[in-house]
Design a protein around this ligand. Structure first.
Ligand SMILES: [Zn+2]
Length: 168
């Protein structure tokens, strides 16, 4: 890195400029916190992508089970009337489809975050809030982490700067 006062090239971890003696600690701290933020946003993005994959698998499984119930491949108690079974199968399929749609939303937020899209910060906050209910108790941990990263002043500033760079 370079001295912020005289432009002299200094070692990466130097605390003072060897030429003009300027205290470089604030620049160093700033650099470290930026690296941390970039790491946290990366982790969060991948956590969302991972959750989306798990959610998607759940949705597909529900759709499959729903179809099997509708087609009467899954034996239900004999006293359950066919229309009831058909209805239950249909509902399960619809729920599975809805879960699959949600998983696409989570994936989009995660991928957007990894690419520093300007909309992805808000999308990730909304999706993380939804995960509290939908992925209990695992989702609570993700949501707390997401809020901590994305609502912190550092996180917001860093994200805004990076996404502005990406757009340009
Ligand atoms: Zn200097």
């Amino acid at each position: 890195m370079f001295c912020t006062q005289c432009g002299n090239a200094v070692e990466q971890q130097a605390r003072f400029c060897s030429k003009c003696g300027k205290d470089l600690t604030p620049a160093l701290v700033n650099q470290e916190s930026k690296r941390d933020m970039s790491m946290h946003i990366n982790i969060l993005g991948w956590l969302l992508v991972g959750s989306a994959i798990l959610t998607g698998i759940g949705g597909l499984a529900a759709m499959l089970v729903g179809r099997l119930i509708e087609a009467r491949h899954i034996p239900l108690p004999p006293d359950v009337a066919f229309p009831v079974m058909h209805f239950a199968g249909g509902i399960t399929t619809i729920i599975g489809f809805a879960v699959l749609a949600v998983s696409c939303g989570i994936a989009a937020a995660g991928i957007g975050l990894l690419q520093y899209r300007s909309w992805a910060r808000v999308a990730a906050i909304v999706v993380s809030a939804l995960m509290i209910f939908h992925f209990f108790p695992f989702g609570v941990a993700i949501a707390i982490y997401a809020f901590w990263v994305l609502f912190s002043q550092e996180g917001q500033q860093y994200y805004r700067a990076r996404s502005a760079d990406t757009m340009a």
